[in-house]
Ligand binder design. Sequence first.
Ligand SMILES: NC(=O)c1ccc[n+]([C@@H]2O[C@H](COP(=O)([O-])OP(=O)(O)OC[C@H]3O[C@@H](n4cnc5c(N)ncnc54)[C@H](OP(=O)(O)O)[C@@H]3O)[C@@H](O)[C@H]2O)c1
Length: 351
Amino acid sequence: MTIWILGATGRTGREIATRVAARGGTPVLVGRNADRLRKTAADLGLGGVEVIATDDLPGEIGRRRPAVVVNTIGGYAETAVPIARACLPGGGHYVDLANDLVAMPRLLALHDEAAAAGSTFVTGAGFGVLGVEAVVARLCADRVTPSRVRVDALPSVTIEGGPLGEALAQSIVSGLTTGGLRFENGRMVPTRPAADPREHALPDGEKAKSAGAPTGELLAAQLSSGAPEVVSTSGLMPTAPVLRAVLPLIRSLLKIGALRRFAVRRLGAIELKPAPRPREHSWGHAVVTWADGTTREGWLRAGDAMEFTTSVTAETAVRLARGEGRAGAYTPARALGPELAEAAGATICQL
Ligand SMILES: NC(=O)c1ccc[n+]([C@@H]2O[C@H](COP(=O)([O-])OP(=O)(O)OC[C@H]3O[C@@H](n4cnc5c(N)ncnc54)[C@H](OP(=O)(O)O)[C@@H]3O)[C@@H](O)[C@H]2O)c1
């Protein structure tokens, strides 16, 4: 049950370590600075746990062979593959919180290597990906492949305050530079950024807006349904016409390497003011349509999206440590079933 948390001094790393311990797993706090790691362990009430400070994560993993590695250091397009590969000897497992369409396909491309080693690799262990794919999986259970799927990820998050951080800034900038994407005839094709804005009447009577987002939910919805036509929107995308109009310009500017690095540094240094979450619930939503015209709609309800994310990651890590995952590389519900979302605190309902 030894579960290494890489980036354990960070926002998600700390929470995941606490939740792994609460589920009976043995977290090991891994980072770059031993003093900060020991202080984090003490702050979390995990004084007895092992801490490992290293500048060579793949090397250390290869030497010590933990049962599960949870990667919260971000920059997943570059960090995920070497760290996951280091888990392969001995059949170690790997989990990350990626949610972008560069990093996730790279990790999923390791499927055959992971399957051959008896390892399970899970990418996208967070609110958005599991929040929509769990609903799609339930709606599609025991049915033929649908022709069309639409998913919407509508997170509600409490802002703790403090710097945004470069790991999260990198994810935001990566989302802005990817441009709009959708599946047509089974292939991912470009579309306008923040396309298809809409307002949702939520099951609890509240309202939320969303627009097209080139994020992991799109890929997860396609993989869990097999549908040739898939669109995905996110509540984190701007829906105001003026902002949607300038997105193509921002995207072009951020493609310039120096500007992109500058934007990540500046964005990461922004001090967030503490704020309560705007709505009580976060929602994942899916509408699935079959060739005969049948349509099914479902919702996943969670509380704070960040708490749900860290709960999903901890639950995934503990299940993998128990040997419950299928060997190969997957998104969370495909590795462990849609009930993973319920074990992490969500409710799924079909209309
Ligand atoms: N999918 C989702 O729903 C979801 C939700 C939340 C977050 N995320 C993603 O999860 C990642 C972590 O977010 P966060 O808010 O926890 O970030 P954070 O607070 O900035 O923490 C990042 C941690 O990683 C460490 N780190 C950064 N770069 C490293 C490197 N090159 N080598 C070793 N350690 C490194 C940092 O250590 P130091 O203290 O040494 O700097 C810190 O402990 C981000 O990519 C974010 O986008 C995804």
